[in-house]
Ligand binder design. Structure first.
Ligand code: ADP
Length: 645
């Protein structure tokens, strides 16, 4: 809407702050000169004892005494030295207020005596009044700032947007791995930025705003920068959280300023990171000033978005990982009406991203990035970049020339599971309990066919955990069956069940707390979100805690009746109890293998998949009944296997 006044109407105001800044610039050197002048005018200080000595030696020519401030200035007959420097004049602070005795002594010595003024009037004025002037001035300016809604004065609103220096990024789409679909969608914007007139000649219609939606670290910022880089146009960026300020109105001023800058550099890209920080739904439970400030900022953003047409050459990109909380007004046609979803990379994508970042480090011949990529489902692009970096650091610490597969595997474990804490010394008893706990998880997993295979079991403490059993899917999973989720519940319970079976119910430990938390959460989702129990059927239940009553979430979810809440609790308890019983049945049927795995863990600390398979094979072989001997001719019946055993 071209008639919209704010952006252009505000433009002529910009010289205001500039002139003010000029004054400030002049004032600072003036103050310095004044201070220098006063300092120079003051004679060097002399301590009172030296003054007495000089008086005894008849070296004092004249003095000026100011009794109120116990100050005495004077001149010497022959000169003297203080701190190695020659002096003719001096200033002394008298250690008493009544100078009568001193005056008598001075007269006896024939010193010329004068009474003086209590310091320089100007200096006194300056020292006593200037701080007040500054304080009052500051408050006036701040007050005006608030009254004007932060549009003028001291340029709080400019402070940060001023630091938004438009730059033309050097990176292009070639520096972004994977995300081919997102790149294809953004190609259109690149074409427009490269040549806006040409684009519009054919009646091309472009979106004003494109929303990049994806989990943190999936490369939204990278992609936005690459879009500007690909087109060779300026990129202005600011984060949504930068807009939200203490002073009401400052955020709105920043938005205005951002667009003024955008227009000056068009065609260009304005990128707002964390749009949800500023763009949350307005009007619900406005408690405290923060809401008011955010709403003003958001309103200004909407006004600015309506205030330019694509022909001006500004493309607005924004990133968020919470599109669900955005104000619907932001998503209306003519605003952020196009959405590009960036998912976490799948196994192929992970390999490509690893390959891209691995270009910067020397790799050994044994490196298989595809294997690394398979072992880290759920990692984002940022995590993968970090993985390569960690591997390079590990290789350096191990004094290798190249990064090898072991470095990459260890870096992967560090990024996915947390840092090993080898310094944490466990007692022998703790090691045994942890070993049985992990063996319990691993064995339940091995015995339930439908799960991801166990990749690694370890009793080396990592992060908060004393041990870990780590299962990796063969292929990325996007959807889970009921069978799979129930099996996961049994695996989670397997740790505690194993402890109980081996050491007795009184000796179980706190190590299972995290398992229980995860299992309970999974059971809750099974009941309340996935419609996988008969008791609730396909009814979904909000899990918004009471704390969100003040926020938007509550309003959109509706209430849960007490009866339903009770039913949910009962169902969760039932699922967990069934999972525990299932784990117990499996482990009781396989106790010898449980002991073998636990013993191997105590011995080796970490077991990988092949070692586990070996243990399973050995257990099978030793449990197999001996092959009955072929019946001899004379014997009619062979021994039954049980008798032979
Ligand atoms: P977001 O904005 O989504 O939180 P970023 O764009 O800040 O994520 O990504 C952080 C870093 O992760 C990037 O600087 C880059 O090193 C890496 N990264 C993420 N996605 C990719 C990708 N698709 N290709 C290459 N590197 C990526």
């Amino acid at each position: 809407m071209p008639e919209n006044p704010p952006p252009t109407a505000k433009l002529p105001q910009s010289p205001g702050p500039r002139r003010r800044r000029l004054w400030l610039l002049l004032l600072v050197p003036l103050l310095f000169v004044a201070q220098f002048w006063f300092m120079r005018a003051a004679p060097p200080p002399m301590d009172y004892s030296q003054f007495e000595t000089e008086l005894d030696h008849d070296n004092i020519a004249s003095v000026v005494i100011v009794p109120e401030s116990r100050a005495l200035r004077g001149s010497l007959r022959k000169g003297a030295t203080a701190d190695g420097k020659p002096m003719r004049h001096f200033a002394v602070t008298l250690p008493f207020t009544d100078p009568a005795t001193l005056v008598a002594r001075l007269r006896a010595k024939g010193v010329q005596i004068e009474g003086g003024e209590n310091g320089s009037l100007w200096a006194t004025l300056l020292v006593s009044v200037l701080p007040w002037l500054l304080i009052v001035g500051f408050w006036l300016v701040a007050f005006r700032q608030v009254r004007l809604g932060g549009t003028q004065a001291l340029a709080f609103g400019r402070a940060k947007t001023g630091s938004v220096t438009p730059e033309t990024p050097k990176i292009t789409f070639a520096d972004v791995a994977d995300v081919a679909e997102a790149k294809a969608e953004l190609q259109e914007i690149v074409a427009f930025l490269k040549n806006p007139e040409h684009f519009q000649r054919l009646g091309g219609h472009l979106p004003k705003g494109v929303l990049l939606v994806g989990a943190p670290g999936t490369g939204k910022t990278l992609l936005a920068r690459a879009t500007a880089g690909e087109a060779g146009r300026p990129f202005l960026t600011i984060s949504g959280s930068d807009f939200v300020e203490l002073f009401v109105g400052v955020g709105a001023a920043r938005v205005r300023d951002l667009f003024v800058q955008g227009k000056a550099h068009a065609p260009c890209i304005i990128f707002i990171d964390e749009l949800d920080a500023v763009g949350r739904t307005r009007g619900i439970a406005a408690v405290g000033g923060a809401h008011e400030e955010r709403e003003q900022t958001l309103n200004q953003l909407l006004v600015e978005m309506d205030g330019f047409s694509p022909s001006e050459g500004i493309i607005l990109l924004a990133a968020t990982n919470r599109p669900d909380v955005l104000d619907p007004a932001l998503l209306r046609p003519g605003r952020f009406d196009r959405r590009i979803v960036i998912d976490l990379p799948d196994v192929k994508g992970r390999e490509q991203i690893l390959r891209m970042h691995a270009r910067k480090v020397p790799l050994a011949d044994d490196v298989e990035l595809a294997v690394v990529a398979r072992g880290c489902p759920g990692l984002s692009g940022a995590d993968l970049a970090n993985l390569i970096n960690e591997a390079a650091l590990l290789a350096t610490r191990r004094e290798k020339d190249k990064v090898d597969q072991q470095d990459l595997e260890d870096a992967k474990d560090k990024v996915t599971l947390g840092m090993e804490r080898r310094s944490l010394v466990l007692t022998e008893a703790e090691r045994r309990t942890t070993a049985y706990h992990e063996a319990g998880h691993a064995l339940v997993n091995l015995r339930i066919g439908c799960l991801d295979p166990v990749h690694k079991v370890t009793i080396v403490p990592r992060g908060q955990a004393l041990g870990l059993t780590y299962a990796v899917p063969e292929v990325d999973r996007h959807n889970y069956t009921r069978e799979y989720l129930l099996a996961q519940l049994a695996v989670a319970e397997g740790g505690r069940v194993a402890e109980e079976l081996v050491f007795g119910p009184d000796k179980v430990t706190t190590g299972a707390a995290q398992d229980f938390a995860q299992a309970t959460e999974m059971a809750r989702r099974l009941v309340t979100h996935f419609g996988m129990t008969d008791a609730l059927g396909t009814m979904t239940v909000s899990d918004a805690p009471a704390a969100l009553l003040l926020g938007h979430e509550f309003a959109s979810h509706g209430e849960t009746s007490e009866a339903t809440a009770e039913l949910v609790d009962r169902e969760i308890r039932r699922l967990l109890a069934e999972a525990t019983a299932r784990a117990r049945a499996l482990l009781e049927a396989d106790t010898p293998l449980l002991h073998r795995i636990a013993d191997a863990l105590v011995e080796h600390e970490t077991l990988d998949r092949s070692m586990l398979d070996g243990l399973v094979r050995d257990a099978k072989a030793s449990a197999r009944p001996p092959i009955p001997e072929p019946p001899r001719r004379k014997v009619k019946q062979a021994h039954p296997p049980s008798a032979a055993a």
